[in-house]
Ligand binder design. Structure first.
Ligand code: G
Ligand code: G
Ligand code: MN
Ligand code: NA
Length: 238
């Protein structure tokens, strides 16, 4: 992997109730010599196949932290974390070292953990996340409602937020059952003192529903697609 071939784009997140620009999720794009432009899960799969998961995860974290260190201090950064990252013995220490090097404050960082990442060894994952949480890093459970959705995660993990998968958001403005599910999850999260983040918000109607139902933060094409770091900063103050 040529490090220059990996770009980081950022998708903005907005806080209820006033839709203030509150931070961004870093998403990697890899201009691969054979596979073309890779994003998301295919990027992760190709990295795994090539045995460069560790290196890629560190490269992405370092690059995103370096950029975010220059942001106004009102903005938070979210990084995606895979199973591979969590089971990598030194990922936590390396992340803390990269935070210190970049100067980005740990209490403005959120790690988005996919449910899939936790299945293999929940107790060990919880322990490692607790160490990072002890440094002020926030932990969000990503893609909630898709995949395995094991409620034990909510009991065992040191969670600050649930990030609802976009399949949970799609129907909330038009379908009573979808809305009922959203309401149930928000009520449960509230009882656990965990914030809810809505992902994949594409319409004003969806945004209004998730805000009215108590989602603290929303993200999606309505607010902005993943974009370059320089374009992201044009949203500040808007
Ligand atoms: O926009 P995109 O297709 O990149 O994102 C889809 C999914 O791919 C994300 O939800 C996330 O799980 C994964 N992904 C994207 N960028 C990264 C990254 O930098 N690191 C990890 N581990 N996963 C990523
Ligand atoms: O971490 P994760 O899977 O959740 O990453 C978010 C993924 O969802 C990225 O691939 C991003 O490009 C995509 N995405 C973000 N917002 C929207 C949206 O509003 N609609 C759709 N269809 N996809 C979105
Ligand atoms: Mn994510
Ligand atoms: Na997600």
């Amino acid at each position: 992997m040529n490090d220059d071939a990996v770009r980081i784009v950022f998708q903005p997140q907005f806080a209820s109730p006033d839709d203030v620009f509150t931070g961004a999720e870093a998403l990697a794009r890899w201009d691969h010599p054979e596979h073309g432009s890779l994003a998301g899960d295919s990027l992760v799969a190709i990295a795994q196949a090539g045995g460069i998961t560790r290196r890629l995860a560190r490269h992405i974290a370092r690059a995103a932290l370096e950029i975010a260190a220059r942001w106004p201090d009102t903005l938070r950064l979210s990084l995606n974390v895979t199973a591979m990252d969590l089971f990598d013995r030194t990922f936590g220490e390396d992340l803390l070292a990269m935070l210190a090097e970049s100067g980005f404050p740990p209490d403005r960082l959120t790690l988005e953990i996919t449910e899939q990442a936790l299945v293999a060894d929940l107790d060990r994952s919880a322990e490692r996340l607790r160490v990072l949480a002890g440094h002020g890093i926030q932990i969000a459970l990503d893609d909630f409602g898709a995949g395995f959705c094991n409620f034990r995660y909510l009991k065992v993990l040191p969670l600050d937020a649930l990030k609802l998968d976009r399949s949970m958001i799609e129907g909330v403005a038009g379908d009573a059952r979808d809305l009922a599910v959203l309401r149930g999850i928000v009520a449960m999260a509230k009882a656990l003192d965990i914030a809810v983040i809505a992902e994949g918000v594409e319409t004003v109607q969806q945004r209004d529903v998730v805000k009215a139902e108590g989602c603290a933060v929303w993200q999606g094409y309505l607010g902005g697609k993943p974009m370059s770091a320089s374009r992201l900063l044009t949203l500040v103050g808007s």
